[in-house]
Design a protein around this ligand. Sequence first.
Ligand code: HEM
Length: 526
Amino acid sequence: METLFSLLTLPECPSIIQLLMLIYLFLLIFHHFWQFYKFSGNGPKTYPFIGCLISFYKNRRRLLDWYTEMLTSSTSQTIVIHRFGAPRTIVTANPENVEYMLRINFDNFPKGKPFTQILGDFLGRGIFNVDGELWRTQRKLASHEFSARSVKELMVNALHEEVENRLLPFLDKAVKDREELDLQEVLRRLAFDLVCKVSLGIDLCCLDPSRPISPLLTAFDKASEICARRGAAPVFLIWQIKRLFGVGSEKELKKAVGEIHKFIVEIIGTRKTKLIEHKESENENDLLSRLISAGHEDEFIRDMIISFVMAGRDTTSAAMTWLFWLLSRHQKIEEGLAQEVGFGKEENILLSYESLKEMRLLEACLCESMRLYPPISWDSKHAIEDDILPDGTLVRSGDRVTYFPYGMGRLEALWGEDRFEFKPNRWFIEPDKEVGELKKVCPFEYPIFQAGPRVCLGKDMAFIQMKYVVASILSRFEIRPVSPNQPIFVPLLTAHMDGGLRVLVQRRERKTGSSEPNQVIKLGSQ
Ligand code: HEM
């Protein structure tokens, strides 16, 4: 060091100084690029400064399949993405990594500010959008609510009313009038009605065609769409600037969130008065009444309810829409399923909590459909400290680490050569038997509901709901898509079918001597 210092101070040696400075500069640049590539791992073609912006832009309409292709060719099933305008992102389909981030080192992988910033204006400090102690408190409270048997019974009662009084008459009418309908939209409205009944204790009648669309539904649609676009924007700065000046989509978001808040706060006020005046807490089973009775603040209750509605509304409808589409392509499986759910029996099976639990083929079909079309196709956390994933991928503080259920559902290493085929039997311990015991699949290989301490709280409720609705429809009707084309899977906050699913509904008839072959379709890339 001393020699270097003395050399640098020698005025008579300009060439040595220049040479040393040149070497120093070279080492500095080399070090920078070495760091850059050392941390790049497998991933798309990446350039200094812009990162993979060019290939990202080229693949922007097929990001899921692009990521899946890269993950398939990565030996560690993990890729690293550098992109101008976004944090360094590690995308993994490696179950060991998934377990590490979701369970083993859970505390180092919270959702983090970049995520909570995107949804913060909409979800506030609701369970879906907080970390640390705030999350732990809400989780504890909500776990209690969800595990209560009464909530499940509440869901079955709400389902009974909604399905018997609205959905079935609605479908009957569609059969009679030979009317085409958008099944995805019907199921979305049904799910919204249900989640509002269970959480707010109110009936929004979204499935009733004679009633105007609820402003709450419209505002929820708008807010979630704009937040999803925030998350998908190649450069985040753009929405942040729009937000700063309150223009364009950000202005619309503010308006929609304002409407949601006003609506929910009014309901909280009315319910509080009712509970105080009539002491009805024992009869009111919905989440809102329970939160009020537990003495929580209005803002806390409001945000909790918004998260709950958000979590429960589009996920189940997306899963059911894809299942109906898949079944229309696999009519032999559909027939078997129709038998299981009661078609052909003298009386319709009573859909109780217990009988729904027993419908194993239906459970297998739902799991298989969500494997191929997960309602939440990717989910990100942000590392607090530097870390190393089990496959050796280096994680730096602030990195985004994304586990990727869509890609995982399509990995040969996890599901075999027939991974693109819809085969519900793979969910049975003995796949060759018609219906047997269901297999226990590792939740880190199939993280459709996430896994670990932050696993979906509504998983049981979601299965009850989906089973009830699918069973009620399949035991009476055949759903036939109007277009034979493969629908497009759009992964926004929750995934959906682009343009909906236009279908015709027919009464299910007994088929004499039917031996219709199974139409196996390859799903692959879209
Ligand atoms: C097929 C249906 C569903 C799927 C695939 C699903 C999936 C998920 C996933 C992946 C998460 C983690 C999200 C994250 O942390 O970013 C989650 C969280 C959650 N889900 Fe679900 N969900 C479904 C239905 C429901 C339903 C019907 C409800 C309630 C009515 C619900 C309530 C919740 C709640 C409250 C959380 C937050 C848990 C926490 O952060 O501790 N989910 N769900």
